[in-house]
Each structure stands twice: as C-alpha cells, then as structure tokens.
Design a protein around this ligand. Sequence first.
Ligand code: PMP
Length: 354
Amino acid sequence: MKKHNFSAGPCILPKEVLLKASEAVMDFNGSGLSLIEISHRSKDFVAVMENARSLALELLDLKDKGYQALFLQGGASLEFLMVAYNLLEKKAGYLNTGTWSDKAIKEAKLFGEVVEVGSSKDEKFKYIPKGYSVPTGLDYLHITSNNTIYGTQFKKFPKTDCPLICDMSSDIFSRTLDFSQFDLIYAGAQKNMGPAGATLVVVKEDLLGKVSRKIPSMLDYQTHISKDSMFNTPPVFAVYTSMLTLEWLKNLGGIAAIEEVNEKKARLLYSEIDLNPVFEGYANVEDRSLMNATFNLTDEVLKSTFDNMLKEAGINGLNGHRSVGGYRASMYNALSLESVGVLVDVMSEMERKG
Ligand code: PMP
C-alpha cells in the first residue's frame, strides 16, 4: 500500500527522482558502471556537479549576481561552524527561533561575541520574534527561515546594513523570495532537495576573505569555490539525486509553481486544525510554516485511536519532534495535495468519533 510520507527529514522525494536515481546506481548514463563506482573526476560526474550548482542558482534567481553554489558535506550542522569560522571577526547577531538557531549560536561563540538580537524562547519558540532592533557594527545577522521542530516560518525578513545569513534547511526552494537579500544561504539536502549527505551553500563571493584568522582548507568556503565544489570527493549520490530534484522542480515551473501547491496543502491542513475541535495548532497563526504544521490533540486520551487511524490510512512520520511531542505534518515539495487530503480525512473522522 502506498504510504503518505509526512516525515520531517530525511523525507519524501519525487517518485521519478527515486526511479532515475536508482537506475543510475545500477547503470549511470548507459556507461555500464554505477554512478557510485566511477571517478568523481570523470566527465559525466563533473557535468552532474556543474548542472546541480547551476540549477540551484537558476531556481533561486541568483545567476550572474556574484553568488556561488557549493555542495558540501557535514550537514547544516557543519555550516553553523563554517559560517562563523569564515565570517565572524568580532561580533555577530543571531535571532534565536529554536533548537537549530541555538546550536548555530553555540558554535559562533567559539569565534567571537554573539548578540541574541531576538528570541522566542520565552514561549517555547511558538512565534517568530518581531520588533527587535539590529545593532550596528555586526559582522552578520544569522536567522533560521523555517523552524522545522516548532512549525514557525519567517514571512518577512529583517532589513540590515550587515550581511544576512540564513539557515534555509527546511524551506529552501519552497516559496518565492528575493533570495538576493541573503548573502549566504545554507541547507542540508535532506528536505526539499535530495538524500542526506550533501549541504547546499549559496554564498556571495565578495563576502569572503575578510576575517583575519587562518581557516583550515576544508572549512574555507574559498577553497571549495576555487575547486568548483570538488576540493575533495563529493557525496556523488547525494549531489546527483539533488540535481534530479532540481531538474524536476524546474520542469514543474520552478519555485513559483511549487509554492502554489505548497500553499494549497497548508491551507487545507491548517483549516482542518482550526475548525476541528479535536485538534489545536502549536505555532502562532501568523507565523505558521508552510512546510511543517505542528498540532496537538485537545484530549490526549484520543492518542491511541488517532495513531491507529493514521497507521491504517498509511500515514507515516506524523510524530512531533521528541523535544515538543504532539504531531507534525511535514509537507515538503514532493508531498502531494492528495496525501494532505488523506490526513485531513482521518482528522475529520476523528471528530466524528470523538
Ligand atoms: N537547521 C534546520 C532548520 C534543520 O531542520 C536541521 C535538521 N533537521 C538542521 C539545521 C541540522 O541539519 P543537519 O542534520 O543536516 O546537520
């Protein structure tokens, strides 16, 4: 039976991407060799890397605007460190919107002063801070555009006179934005892009080379730029599969086209959460994420009934993050409107039963 995969990440990928990726594992481009047993310096793989980098910039509308796209390793978690290593000379600002921002702050503190410009910790990260003022003289301001665990998402981004850095791990390629307002964007591949193992970094080149410390080669963005993202052996399967997903998205009509579907999915689910007395939303309404909808049962007694109904309907991955509990429906790009419909049907059936 087909499963409806609401997993928060690694998560659902388009079926045609999975098919093409598995074919390439057996026979890459009709070469008689597997994608994962050929040299990353081979002509065919170099073309994959170039295509993936180029598609990323094209979809974000950042081509010929001074940006470079890199496919690195170490997940978004290594970027918490690399951002500070490469950019933090004296003082950086961070908006603390949850666990992932917190982890980024912890790493940055190894390199300089960190100012928590705003935080929503006081209300268990149910909202996106507003009305804060960004101090002058920061090396950069770091934000997390979508907070995967709490289901909050920035709708408006801070205007700054310093570089703006964004952890976009859980909503990159999901909605149209002016991506040129960011000086560096990073995202683990395992949500809207591909399998875990690759991290996309999109960086404005003129941001780099300004800190006085020596940076180890592998952690220096300039090393990776100068080697066309091939300084060391890249995660070939993750890059190839990411390329396929980016091609899929481009063929669909790009970010604007998927955004329409993402909005429909979110509207359908949030209206059920709001109208159905069996459920209540977790995040503040105005800051709700289009990607991760968090909600709870109004009466925990119903939990085993609801969990059984989810299982019967073939719904996977709806448990909330272990730190907050409840439920979380992750509706990444590859999840269909139909799958959200199946979840909403189960929720309305709960109301009838409850
Ligand atoms: N940032 C955000 C917003 C995330 O959702 C995650 C992972 N879920 C991370 C960072 C950490 O990513 P990784 O596991 O790739 O290090």
